[in-house]
Design a binder for this molecule. Structure first.
Ligand code: CA
Length: 227
């Protein structure tokens, strides 16, 4: 189920959004202020953020800026009562993907949410699988399917991919991967991680020679982005 975080200080509006988004089969978390909203996003992989601009503590611009600075790439749709063009430009400059002016029709907002999630590739397929690049991965069943064919993966490959998918948009170091996926055995070289990454690229990248999903961040590690 896609997870949506709503950061909105008007409880009635947030409640209405929550009910409707849950009805549309999303997992929804809601925060009344910016700082709690940031925490909700950090807690669990999030597919989309609905972000009010006028909030009691950090405003929506600052929340948006901090999310992007921390490497989060999920779509952010800003909500505001104000309609000045300057706000819209500022929000988009700070990394928001879309902008909805209150009062908005619920149907319009739902359509924008769906369009943004589809564009980000965070769309979950109906059978519980997640689309990652050219493949569809069901982490529960340890199954990776590409072009309708199941592709064999080791448990460690699936674990590595899962860890990166859960932290999509963030840079993860080789040391962290060794520790989490391999349990940091003394005799494993960081090169092992690189070899596994090459193997995963062959399975998920549309063109493994030009990675655009599982990226190398020179001097730091790897980053998985959903396009
Ligand atoms: Ca507000």
């Amino acid at each position: 189920m896609p997870r949506i975080v709503i950061i909105e200080d008007e409880p009635d509006l947030a409640m209405g959004l929550r009910d409707n988004l849950e009805f549309e089969h999303n997992e929804v978390a809601h925060a009344l202020d910016g700082a709690s909203g940031l925490k909700l996003v950090q807690q669990k992989p999030t597919d989309l953020v609905l972000l009010d601009i006028m909030l009691p503590d950090l405003d929506g611009f600052e929340v948006c800026r901090r999310l992007r600075a921390a490497g989060y790439t999920m779509p952010i749709i800003m909500l505001t009562a104000r309609s000045q063009e300057i706000d819209k430009v500022r929000g988009l400059e700070l990394g928001a993907d879309d902008y909805v002016t209150k009062p908005f029709s619920l149907r319009e907002l739902l359509a924008r949410i769906n369009a943004n999630m589809r564009r980000s590739g965070a769309w979950r397929e109906t059978d519980g699988a997640v689309r990652v690049g050219a493949a569809s991965v069901d982490f529960q069943r340890h199954r990776l399917v590409r072009d309708g064919q199941e592709i064999e993966c080791s448990a460690r490959e699936i674990a590595l991919l899962r860890y990166l998918v859960e932290r999509r948009g963030q840079v993860v170091s080789r040391d962290t991967l060794l520790e989490v996926v391999w349990g940091r055995p003394q005799d494993i070289a960081t090169r092992t991680v690189d070899n596994f990454i090459v193997r995963l690229r062959k399975k998920i990248e549309p063109d493994p020679s030009k990675p655009r999903i599982l990226l190398t961040v020179h001097g730091s590690g790897y980053k998985l982005v959903v396009d």
